[in-house]
Design a protein around this ligand. Structure first.
Ligand code: SF4
Length: 407
């Protein structure tokens, strides 16, 4: 039996042994099935959803709010896990901050979550390898090596204040390191992680305010490419806007880097809406693009991205230009149970992948207030297949497609 759980206003978590565990997909409550559940993974955290009353399944099979004062408990999953169901609750309140709320249950004397492991390469992003005791010292050492580099100054703040993994990798000099360069964006995502309207919720990071130089980019990226294990440098970080708006910096930086080393990968996380910028970095020799999108149905895409100067068709064109230039393209799929796994969405996604030659889909749990998102996503119909089916469906519909969580 998977029991319902809840939290009190002081943030204590409880089990309710009179109700079975319930989750939510889109706007629908579902009874959570054992095959949808895994033990709460290491590195996950539990949070209280204020003003949202928890819902459970009664012995006679009815979905019912738990007693007064019993609020929804949610889990926030580490990278590499795909959320299968949201917490079930009634009521609403202030807009919730940008987190990937996941349903929680109690079973066998431990917490379980409605999720699955999407990518076995968890080790590189395991929280145990980050925020280690020597990090502060490494930051000071790197900063002394490049005292005037404003990007490194930003990354020092991101590494120590936000705990950002790609910022920390620059100091650990390993794997994927972030290079934030753009303080502007051509979209205004409802769940933007670097800039939020005052009436919403705090953005997890502040957006950079400086305009770096090509020299600063090269100074920072070159040693990472030359020395880091499995080196990747990535433009387009959580603390910046759209990197392709700074293709005028990134393209010459790529050329300068490739004149000095052929080692490692140069990647950009982008909304790919600014096709002229994509063209510039492809011609300069970028190796990979990770293109973020929440839906391949234009109206659902626009409802979330609120793009000001481009459309989803421009994103598709950008991807085709990148593919023609030999660039590896992954989609950073902002996934939400009850939307991403809906028939219309899946059909549109599969066509988009096939028509544009996408190589990989990286599944990301969309961090957003569930009710706020569902109020926007009203342009898709059809059967729900379940997030646990997503990867298999995509792989069977698009032979050779890689589905996972990491580059
Ligand atoms: S594309 Fe990125 S930076 Fe731009 S609004 Fe969306 S989340 Fe924010």
């Amino acid at each position: 039996m998977f029991y319902a759980t809840y939290a009190d206003t002081r943030g204590n978590a409880y089990v309710d042994e009179h109700h079975a565990a319930v989750g939510r997909v889109g706007d629908l409550f579902i009874e959570l099935a054992p095959e949808q559940m895994i033990p709460l993974p290491a590195g996950a955290s539990l949070v209280l959803m204020p003003e949202r009353r928890a819902v459970g399944l009664t012995p006679n099979g009815a979905f019912a709010p738990l007693a007064n004062g019993r609020y929804a408990l949610a889990a926030l999953l580490p990278q590499g896990y795909t959320r299968i169901a949201l917490p079930a609750y009634t009521g609403s309140g202030v807009t919730l901050p940008l987190f990937g709320y996941t349903a929680v249950a109690w079973h066998d004397d431990q917490f379980y979550v409605a999720a699955k492991i999407e990518d076995k390469n968890l080790h590189k992003w395991d929280p145990v390898y980050f925020n280690t005791p020597e990090l502060q010292q490494l930051v000071a050492k790197r900063r002394a090596e490049m005292p005037n580099n404003r990007i490194l100054a930003q990354l020092a703040y991101c590494a120590l204040e936000y705990g950002c993994f790609t910022a920390q990798n620059i100091f650990y000099r390993r794997y994927e390191g972030g290079i934030p360069v753009s303080n502007a964006c051509n979209a205004a995502c409802v769940g933007c992680i670097s800039e939020q309207a005052a009436d919403c919720c705090p953005s997890p990071q502040g957006r950079i305010r400086y305009q770096p130089s090509v020299e600063e980019i090269v100074e920072l990226a070159l040693p990472h490419l030359q020395q880091a294990e499995e080196a990747i440098v990535s433009f387009g970080q959580g603390c910046e806007g759209e990197p392709m708006l700074r293709a005028d910096l990134i393209a010459p930086a790529i050329r300068a880097l490739r004149q000095q080393t052929g080692r490692g990968l140069i990647n950009a996380n982008t909304n790919a809406g600014y096709t002229a910028g994509i063209k510039q970095v492809v011609e300069a020799g970028i190796d990979a693009l990770r293109v973020s999108l929440n839906s391949c149905i234009p109206a659902n895409y626009q409802a979330y991205y609120r793009a000001s100067t481009y459309t989803l068709a421009d994103v598709a064109r950008s991807i085709r230009i990148a593919k023609a230039g030999g660039v590896r393209v992954a989609l950073n799929l902002l996934a939400f149970p009850g939307v991403t796994d809906r028939e219309d969405e899946l059909e549109a996604l599969i066509s988009f992948i096939k028509d544009n030659g996408v190589d990989m889909v990286q599944v990301r749990n969309l961090n957003i207030d569930p009710d706020r998102y569902m109020a926007l996503m009203c342009h898709s119909q059809g059967e729900l297949y379940g997030m646990e089916q997503l990867a298999d469906i995509l792989r069977s519909e698009v032979p050779g497609l890689v589905v996972g969580s990491f580059s």
